[in-house]
Structures are given as C-alpha cells and as structure tokens.
Design a protein around this ligand. Structure first.
Ligand SMILES: [Zn+2]
Length: 447
C-alpha cells in the first residue's frame, strides 16, 4: 500500500463493467484485465484461459471491476462535520459548521486528517479527487504530501478569500497579495508532480468572498501554470442575492467569473444550479465543466439542477460529493442523490422530456465524464487498453437484500443495485496506475 516502489503487473479475472470512450458500456461476465509494469492497461477481454496471461492470474470472481470514481468537488477540511447541520441554508451552515473547522485546519491538523481522508475516498471507490483545502498554505502542503504518499490522484488548491475570510489575523491591505503569492508558490511546488498524478487548482472560494481583482489575478496565474481554476457558481438563492449586491455591474453570476477570464477548459464550477439559458450557453461556449453535487444540493436545500437539460445543451458535467455539503465522500451516494433529484424534477414538471439517465449513464458521469471534465479522459475514466490502471473491485454480494441469495443481474440492474444499495464495505480494492491504495480492505497481496 504505497505509491513508491516498482509497479507490479496485474492480471485480474472478474466481471468487468466500464463505459467506453467510443460510447456504450462494456460488460464482460467473465473477463481478464491486464496491466503492465508502467501501471497501464494492456487489454480488457473475455476470459480465454490462464495460458493467455503474461503473469499469474488473480481470480477475483464474484467481484466486479469498474473504473475508479472521479470526484470533481470535495472539501478536505470539512470531512469531520459531514452529516452535521441538516436543515440549514448554505450561508448559515458555512458560518456555523464550516468556517470554524477550516480555520482550525492548520498544518498539524492536516497532517493528522489528510491521510485518513484520502483513505476514506479510496474506501468509497474514488481514485481521483478535485479538492479544496483551507486558506492556509502549509496545511495545503500537508494535504499534497499525504496524497503523494497515499497514491490517490489528487488536484488540490488552497482556498482563496480576500473578503469575509475566516482569517481574522491578516492585514486586510495585504490579503490579496499574500493569497496570490502563496497559491503561486504551491502551484510551482505541486502542479504536475509524479508524472501528473498530483496537480494544482487555483481555488477562489466563490464570488461572495472574492474581489474582482482576486478572481482576475488567480485566473491569470492558473493560465500561467497550465493549472486548473475551481470555484462555486449559482448554488443557493441567498448566495446569488449576495453576489448581485457585491457585483452590481455584473449582468449575472457567471459574468463575475467571465469578466475575470475565469472561463475555459480547465475551469470547474461546482453546483451551477440556477443558471439562466444565457449563462448555460456562455458556460458551454467557454468550454468549462460543472461538478454536479446533488447530495449536497438536497442536504442544504440549494436547489434541483436540471441535469438533463444541461447535458442536452452540451455542458460537460461530472459528479462531486461536495463533502461535507454532501454528507458522504462517495460518488455512488452522489449518483443515488442525482437520481432522486431528477425524479423530483419529474414531479415538479421541470424534467426535460426523454432526459432520464440510466444507471449506466450515471456510471459514465461518475467516471469517464468526470475525467473528461478534467481533460483527462485520454488517460483515465474507463477500463480500456492504453489508459492508466485506475480501477476498483466491488463485492456486489454485499448490496443484495438477502445475503447469499445473489441473482445474476444484467448491466443496468447491477449498476442500479450499486447506486441504490451502496454498502460501506463493498469496495474491496482500489488501484491508481496499478498500485493498490490504502483504505479498502484489500484482496490478498494484489489489492
Ligand atoms: Zn463546495
């Protein structure tokens, strides 16, 4: 369980289910997945006998192999308060439950909590995380160091706030300059580390806590580094009113980011629930992606994202746990909430016709679409030859209502079970680049 040392080639026999880059879903009832000593997938094919494999085959049946989940939105310091504060609105919840926790997330707290956080993500089946740290640069370093040691694929950013910040000790005249300088230094240290497994995201929290200067300068720095730029967009009614008050010249919420140069293919916006048709059009034209966080949107009563309509408009959408706005660091739980939100939209008559997502669409959203949102679909997000071996092994028996009475399930029913009866221990192993991650219980010596 380490990210260092040689990578052992794998030959895994199991049921293999994956979205395909060319479209559709591959479901091999009895398949073989092989990886090389560089952590890449050599091939995925039906089982034809052990003689075909270059290394000793690990027979994982009845486990199921899936691509690792991609979590496009999570807050590392917030994990201890996951599930707390139900019934509050976003801004009250931030003040009461979140800002105190983020304020306390100094280097020593991050050193203690971040390794456990990465293990918790891996235990939930997540192999790639786009995360916010706190405003402190040294605890962001600690979060990166923990990810480097753990082996998970992580894109992290120090939170930037130059107004309404929880750092009461800083000189207001210097906060913009220091936040930019600290983020610049972190990006220089971490962006692209370990062959691109670790990357940096400039992270202005949201327009409520960022000046126009901070938004513009952080976007310029992100371009300079070739790094990501992440923030929140149009999550909650109270927040939208506040943005309108703070940016009276902006034509809408998106415009605050658009005029800062924040739209582009490496920008990820979390939530984006209450967009006008014009905002949707400009967001799509700008090539930016959205992290859909339905578990959080329901927990904080932020709203119901019209996902099917956004997808029909060409928006690139992946999934985010938004832990702790979302109560679980699990993309399976996020998918479940996503289905509930889409069904609720049907009840309100706001669902797009023919827009219902099938379980296989949700699998794609949580894997290949998330990878695509990050511009990484050429290397992760599906189990296909040539890609890096980021995958998970799941015990589907744990999801059945009557243990020991498993019935053969077709692709959609299997995925529906995994989404709606997610078991906390069902992820038995997770690998990034063919290396097993700490967190899941593991499988013998290989995972
Ligand atoms: Zn968030």
């Amino acid at each position: 369980m380490t990210s260092s040392g040689p990578i052992r080639p794998l030959a895994l026999r199991a049921r293999i289910v994956t979205p395909l880059a060319a479209g559709g879903t591959l479901d091999l009832a009895d398949g073989l997945l092989e990886t090389d000593d560089g952590g890449r997938i050599i091939g995925v094919r039906p089982w034809r006998g052990a003689a075909d494999a270059a290394v000793e085959v690990a027979d994982l049946r009845p486990l199921v192999l899936l691509p690792g989940m991609v979590d496009l939105h999570a807050h590392l310091p917030q994990l201890p308060n996951a599930g707390l504060g139900a019934g509050l609105d976003l801004l009250t919840w931030l003040d009461r439950y979140i800002f105190p926790l983020e304020h306390a997330y100094d280097r020593s707290v991050a050193e203690r909590q971040a390794p456990a956080a990465w293990s918790a993500f891996a235990a939930a089946g997540t192999t790639t995380v786009l995360a916010y740290a706190a405003i402190w640069p040294d605890s962001t370093d600690a979060a990166f160091e923990a990810a480097e040691a753990h082996g998970i694929r992580a894109i992290i950013g120090k939170v930037m706030m130059d107004r309404l910040t929880y750092d009461a000790g800083i000189d207001p005249g210097r906060i913009l300059e220091s936040s930019l300088r600290q983020s610049d230094e972190l990006a220089s240290r971490w962006h692209g580390r370990d062959g691109g497994r670790l990357q940096y995201a400039f992270t202005p929290r949201f327009a409520v806590s960022c000046s126009a200067d901070l938004l513009r300068e952080s976007a310029a720095l992100a371009r300079l580094h070739g790094a990501y730029w992440q923030t929140h967009l149009s999550e909650d009614g109270g927040e939208i009113n506040e943005v309108r008050r703070l940016f009276p010249d902006a034509r809408d919420y998106l415009d605050c980011y658009e005029r800062a140069g924040g739209l582009g293919p490496k920008s990820i916006f979390a939530h984006a629930i209450h967009l006008s048709d014009d905002e949707v059009r400009r967001l799509v034209a700008g090539g930016s992606a959205v992290a859909h966080c339905p578990a959080s949107n329901v927990f904080l009563a932020s709203g119901l994202m019209p996902l099917a309509a956004y997808r029909a408009a060409g928006m690139r959408v992946g999934l985010g746990s938004d832990v702790a706005g979302g109560p679980e660091a699990s993309i399976f739980a996020t998918m479940r909430a996503g289905v509930v939100v889409q069904r609720a939209l049907e009840l309100t008559g706001r669902a797009a016709p023919d827009g219902a997502l099938r379980p296989s669409d949700w699998l794609r959203a949580g894997t290949l679409d998330g990878a695509g949102a990050l511009g990484l679909s050429h290397s992760i997000g599906s189990l296909e030859a040539g890609k890096e071996a980021d995958l998970i092994a799941i015990d589907p028996g744990l999801t059945t209502p009557l243990p020991g009475d498993e019935q053969p399930l077709d692709t959609e029913d299997l995925l529906s079970r995994l989404i709606f009866r997610t078991h906390p221990n069902m992820v038995r192993a997770a690998w990034v680049r063919g290396r097993p991650l700490a967190g899941p219980p593991g499988i013998g010596g290989i995972g």
